[in-house]
Design a protein around this ligand. Structure first.
Ligand code: UDP
Length: 327
């Protein structure tokens, strides 16, 4: 039996593949629009194709004995989602519906879904639990929430069960040094800082210095990508063992770091000084986003192993190494 990883050539998907290999057979489906061939694991079977394409999915489900699907494949740029909402609804929602239809048709009943803290929008509490209201403020967050609703309805109507994982800020790179965070264009804070410290940009911009936080910059909860990967495996094993069914879990470390603190830590770890431009707020950025991950800790025993320093160290190792590879 195999696990199908949709989006296994992307940042979080590729790290999950690495954690699965050795214990599970893995099939990766990726159209490589935002993923990178260099992140693909040679021990996984790779199918180049689109999960919105029924013929591709027929081939995948007919040729492989798929037991579960982990679904990472999505567009995830907030700004782009505002400018091109239909692209987001078509790809993130439409393609997922096709995938779910095919899962039901072929009797594949376990699904782990990559969702996001963006479903909460601007939260009214400092620490966010799964009970917080979901009020996404952009098409990206709404597209993820729509899929969450579709999953709930699918599980009521069919022999189908799921776990939804709402990630906070993924960061870090695999301990092997073989894979790390790669996006094009890059919009995430830590890789932007590290690439700048490696000389790839003249300066970095800090979006907003007048937030109601101790140093005026936004606070986020960073979680190591390997911890995220392991949460997926625990969720899947929880579904298999009947420990969990149709649940939603937050994934974060439970600690918040400001943008200024993150820059300071990156400088410390790299031994280099950043040139910082203090600019206007980025639209749609809440001041503070920190997760309570108590629910997944209690139910599935997930505990994040890495702190922010380790995330930046592993990311720095990866970025320094891949600097000349033009990934
Ligand atoms: N940020 C920043 N400059 C950048 C990129 C991000 O100041 O070049 C800030 C952003 O406004 C947010 C935090 O860093 O407060 C984390 O942003 P990121 O895009 O990494 O993740 P998000 O929290 O938006 O998912």
């Amino acid at each position: 039996m195999s696990i199908l990883i949709c989006g296994g050539a992307g940042y979080i998907g590729s790290h999950t593949v690495k954690e699965l290999i050795g214990n599970y057979e893995v099939v990766v489906l990726d159209n490589l629009t935002t993923g990178f061939p260099v992140l693909l694991d040679e021990k996984a079977t790779f199918i180049h194709g689109d999960l919105g394409d029924e013929e591709t999915l027929d081939r995948v489900f007919q040729e492989h004995s798929i037991e579960a699907v982990f679904h990472f494949a999505a567009n995830s740029l907030v700004g782009e989602s505002v400018a091109q909402p239909l692209k987001y609804y078509e790809n993130n929602v439409g393609s997922t519906i096709t995938l779910l239809k095919k899962m039901v048709e072929y009797g594949v009943d376990k699904f782990i879904f990559s969702s996001t803290a963006a479903t909460y929008g601007i939260p009214d509490s400092a620490i966010i639990t799964e009970e917080n209201p979901v009020r996404p403020i952009n098409p990206y967050g709404r597209s993820k929430l729509m899929v969450e609703r579709i999953l709930a309805d699918t599980a009521k109507a069919h022999d189908f069960k799921y776990v939804i994982l709402r990630y906070f800020n993924a960061a870090g790179a695999h301990a092997s040094g073989e894979i790390g965070e790669s996006h094009d264009p890059e919009s995430h804070l830590i890789p932007i800082i590290l690439q700048h410290l490696l000389g790839e940009s003249e300066k970095i911009s800090v979006f907003g210095t007048d937030y109601e936080t101790p140093d005026g910059t936004c606070i986020r909860d960073y979680v190591h990508v390997t911890d995220l990967a392991n949460a997926h495996i625990l969720a899947y094993e929880g579904l298999v063992k009947g420990k969990v069914e149709n649940e939603i879990f937050n994934l974060g470390n439970g600690f918040g770091y400001s943008v200024k603190e993150v820059i300071g830590l990156c400088e410390q770890i790299s031994g280099k000084k950043a040139a910082v431009e203090w600019t206007e707020r980025r639209p749609g950025d809440p001041a503070v986003l920190v997760a309570s991950s108590k629910k997944i800790q209690d139910i599935l025993g997930w505990t994040p192993k890495y702190n922010l320093e380790e995330m930046i160290q592993s990311a720095w190792a990866w970025h320094s190494k891949s600097y000349n590879r033009q990934i």
